[in-house]
Design a protein around this ligand. Structure first.
Ligand code: AMP
Length: 187
């Protein structure tokens, strides 16, 4: 099963993605984690991505499409994958479709996690204090939410037209949200 987690920064994609990956016995892959790791290790990918990440902007599709192809060619993602933080643009979504089609697969579900804006900001400010992520500053938080609305939210329609979207209320406890996702994927 190939599942995409879609939602703004702070919606809980990472937390829920990890839980879902464990329940389904499939890897969760987060492009944000891969990019942060590349920056830390000082690779060519990291060098291309860093300035965009620090500003809260999307790393260009040309860079991400190569990364997505590499992820979807990994043997451990053959039996299914939880995609966290990608695709984030329509060209990326098309790249995911193409990469899956190459191995005779397709997207099964797009789990869209919805959280009111004020709650997102609260969560991101808290994460900034706890994790010290360089892109969790007050200015960048606002920028990332804007980028989500403008560049990533259109993906909801892209997938809605194919009837792949399940809408999940992302408020409440971690267990409550996990139960909602389980129920939606069980249909
Ligand atoms: P995340 O951990 O998913 O919030 O990602 C952190 C940052 O990495 C984002 O603000 C972007 O700069 C970059 N990033 C992660 N995934 C993508 C993607 N699929 N497309 C473009 N940029 C990305």
């Amino acid at each position: 099963m190939n599942v995409i987690l879609l939602g703004p920064p702070g919606a809980g994609k990472g937390t829920q993605g990890e839980l879902l990956a464990r329940r389904l016995g499939m890897p969760r892959v987060a492009t944000g984690d891969l990019l942060r790791d590349a920056v830390r290790r000082g690779t060519a990918l990291g060098a291309k991505a860093k300035s965009f990440m620090d500003k809260g902007l999307l790393v260009p599709d040309a860079v991400i499409v190569g990364l997505v192809d590499a992820v979807l060619e990994r043997p451990d993602t053959r039996g299914g994958i939880i995609m966290d933080g990608f695709p984030r643009t329509v060209p990326q979504a098309e790249a995911v479709d193409r990469a899956l089609a190459r191995r005779g697969a397709h997207v099964h579900y797009v789990v869209r996690i919805e959280v009111p804006q004020a709650e997102l900001v609260r969560r991101l400010v808290r994460r900034a204090e706890q994790e010290g992520r360089s892109d969790d500053t007050p200015e960048t938080i606002e920028e990332r939410l804007r980028v989500y609305r403008e560049e990533t939210a259109p993906l909801v329609d892209y997938y809605r037209s194919r009837d792949l979207v399940v809408d999940i209320d992302g408020t409440g406890s971690i267990d409550e949200i996990a139960a909602r996702i389980d129920e939606a994927l069980d249909r």
